[in-house]
Write a protein that binds this ligand. Structure first.
Ligand code: T5A
Length: 212
């Protein structure tokens, strides 16, 4: 049986890193040793691409190059790590995946949805997550949290309108695929957020029948 792909998505400062550790612990407690990866990055080549994408020195990077680099990193990650793990029956937990490209490069940068969908089919080998947790919160709150961590990367330097479009694109995707997405209200205190996360992932694991 192939493994399952769970992805975490959300705007800046939504709490993905915090939630990821809790999801990993929950899976481990149920006997599921998930491979944890992140995007952009997750492979040696992908981490180099991440550097180009996020370094403020590349502030002039055009939207087309940004989109292609996101998918270059993803193409490598899918073939080098995610597909082999899933084919071997291992679960994979990814900090962002293709929905981020639809939200940031599609919603944020205005790249056509059909172009991104074509890249998803080709570069990402048509791979879709089995479960996606969307950590949703007001843009201003997310940016306040993200800014609390120090200097902004190239994408974090975008304005609030950009992040409003990102948020709207994420929510539209979640509305279009309710069976795959769980929207978590991430604007609440952490324990409330984690309670919803545990319930969503626990129910998903139960539904798959995967137990230690
Ligand atoms: N990107 C990525 C694209 O444009 N297209 C793509 O296809 C992909 C894959 C890097 C960037 O790349 C872009 C999106 C990003 O701009 P990233 O590495 O995931 O993506 O980086 P960020 O989104 O910047 O991730 P962050 O680290 O900013 O956010 P997190 O992980 O969501 O937030 P986290 O957990 O670090 O929390 C931020 C702060 O808030 C606190 C935490 O303690 C922390 O201090 N916090 C809370 N505080 C109060 N209440 C809560 N409920 C809290 N939850 C967390």
């Amino acid at each position: 049986m192939t493994g399952k792909l769970i992805t975490l998505e959300g705007g800046e400062g939504a709490g993905k890193s915090t939630v990821l550790n809790v999801v990993r612990e929950l899976l481990t407690a149920r006997g599921i040793d998930a491979l944890v990866v992140r995007e952009p990055g997750g492979t040696p080549a992908g981490e180099e691409i991440r550097g180009v994408l996020l370094d403020t020195v590349h502030h002039g990077l055009c939207a087309e190059a940004e989109l292609l680099l996101m998918f270059a990193s993803r193409a490598q990650l899918v073939r080098e790590k995610i597909r082999p793990a899933l084919d071997a029956g291992r679960w994979v937990l990814s900090d962002r995946f293709t929905d981020a490209s639809f939200a940031y490069q599609g919603g944020g940068r205005g790249q056509p949805q059909e172009r991104i969908a074509e890249l998803e089919r080709w570069a990402a080998d048509g791979l879709k997550p089995d479960l996606t947790l969307l950590l949703d919160l007001p843009v201003a709150e997310g940016l306040k949290r993200a800014n609390g961590r120090g200097s902004a990367d190239r994408i974090e330097m975008e304005n609030a309108d950009f992040f409003e479009r990102v948020r709207a694109a994420y929510r539209a995707r979640a509305a279009a695929e309710p069976a795959r997405f769980r929207i978590i209200d991430a604007g609440r205190p952490l324990e409330a957020v984690l309670g919803d996360v545990r319930a969503a992932v626990g129910a998903f694991v139960e539904a798959t029948g995967a137990r230690a």
